[in-house]
Design a binder for this molecule. Structure first.
Ligand code: PLP
Length: 423
């Protein structure tokens, strides 16, 4: 579901023609739809609402929106106003939330390795939970918290050893990858944590991967985690929170995403068994279908029998196609019935053969100066962008109804060299 629709062959984001934004703000540009973001957030919240232990827990389940998907301050602020919590994995992401006034009790601080200064910042900000996945980090948190005379609330991330069907790089809960503790190791750790005076084990965490469109891997993982909670409680730990991670898939090709209620229906009985308060950490599900990347065609070239459509955005702006082999739908923002279709590679201006958005894609023929929309680019788009080839990063725009706002200006050449010194 999203609010990007063609009206009379012109692409609109909510009530605003996409071409108007591209012409006024410049190209390339990321455009986000506020109503799409809020609709996805509300759907997820409503689907898991039966996990509430009592009617008084209005903030339950806690949706810990995962900033890594899209950390623009305006996007975070929109979600904050909707009542969202957040999941961060670095001091920088935490800083963004503090900047817009998110209270610590709405923040989960995860990530596989945190530095001492990040831990300090987390403790001083009063984050709700540190999600932890190495013993060294638990010991470090204990030391830092002790020095600050605080007790750190910690959840252990488990590796439930399941293999969801998604890109290899997006699997995070299977045997052999770096994330979480295997259950045997976690059990040993549970005993040791009892002797750490500045740590309070308050929860368990799992996150099995990203862009997952089947429920079964979640169910299999969750069953293991739920049984493990009993063990922890047997060892005297009050486990109050269960964090089932994110990873819910979205539409890239068509309608491959499952509605949130499908996941909730299967998972809720297991969640309820635990008596825990629930955290869900979606990123892509909230913002993925809520963003497009608009890019201008710079040239159209034929090499032998092959067509290339060369755009002003490349892998430095959206790396997903080359990094994950990801499919993004691509269409001109103006549809013309008088144009034939061609089969082309849609590529960027970067000096790499891996610089492409699509290969052998059938598309209405286009001319230099016309704009294309790359759909489902709201998650892991701008946040994974870079300045490779010394290209300034594009602007970001947030549309709400018939209004739009530039929520990050396009970088300039000055921004590229601002921090450098040569004498
Ligand atoms: N939580 C953790 C621990 C993650 O590593 C990620 C993504 O990598 C997320 C949440 C968000 O995942 P997604 O955007 O697929 O929902």
């Amino acid at each position: 579901m999203d609010y990007f629709k063609y009206k009379k062959n012109q692409l609109f984001c909510e009530g605003v023609p996409v071409e108007r934004i591209a012409r006024r703000v410049g190209s390339p540009v990321y455009i986000y739809s506020a109503q799409t973001i809020l609709t996805h957030w509300r759907r997820l919240k409503a689907a898991f609402q039966p996990a509430r232990l009592s009617a008084r827990q209005a903030d339950q389940p806690l949706i810990g929106y995962s900033l890594k998907a899209n950390s623009n301050l305006a996007v975070c602020n929109l979600l904050q106003r909707a009542g969202s919590g957040f999941e961060v994995v670095s001091g920088g992401e935490l800083y963004r939330l503090l900047k817009i006034g998110v209270p610590g009790e709405k923040i989960i601080f995860g990530g596989i390795a945190k530095t001492e200064s990040e831990i300090k910042l987390g403790l001083k900000s009063g984050v709700l939970i540190f999600n932890v996945e190495t013993k060294d980090e638990i010991l470090l948190i204990n030391r830092v918290a002790g020095r600050l005379k605080k007790i750190a609330p910690v959840a252990i991330r488990l590796n439930p050893e399941v293999t969801p069907a998604t890109h290899l790089y997006l699997i995070t809960g299977q045997k052999g990858n770096k994330f979480g503790f295997y259950l045997n190791d976690a059990e040993k750790l549970m005993r040791e944590i009892n002797s750490l005076p500045s740590i309070r084990l308050v929860g368990l965490h799992m996150h099995i991967g990203s862009q997952i469109t089947r429920v079964a891997p979640y169910r299999n993982a969750l069953k293991r985690v739920v049984l493990f909670i009993e063990k922890c409680r047997g060892l005297g730990h009050r486990i109050e929170w269960l964090d089932i991670g994110g990873g819910f898939g979205i539409h890239y090709r068509g309608d491959e995403a499952r509605p949130a209620r499908d996941f909730a229906r299967v998972l809720l009985p297991w969640i309820k068994k635990t008596g825990c308060r629930l955290i869900v950490e979606p990123g892509r599900f909230i913002v993925g279908n809520a963003g497009i990347l608009v890019t201008k065609v710079l040239s159209v070239k034929k090499s032998g029998r092959k067509n290339f459509v060369i755009c002003d955005a490349g892998m430095n702006v959206l790396i997903r196609p080359t990094l994950y082999g990801a499919h993004h739908k691509i269409s001109p923002i103006k549809r013309r019935s008088d144009r034939p279709s061609i089969v082309a590679d849609i590529v960027g201006p970067i000096c790499e053969s891996g610089d492409f958005f699509a290969k052998k894609r059938r598309i209405q023929s286009v001319q230099p100066g016309e704009y294309l929309s790359v759909f489902s680019a709201g998650a892991y788009g701008f946040t994974m962008s870079s300045n490779y080839n010394s290209r300034p990063r594009p602007a970001e725009v947030l549309v709400d109804g018939s209004r739009y706002q530039v929520v990050r200006q396009a970088e300039t050449y000055h921004d590229l060299v601002r921090l450098e010194r040569y004498h």
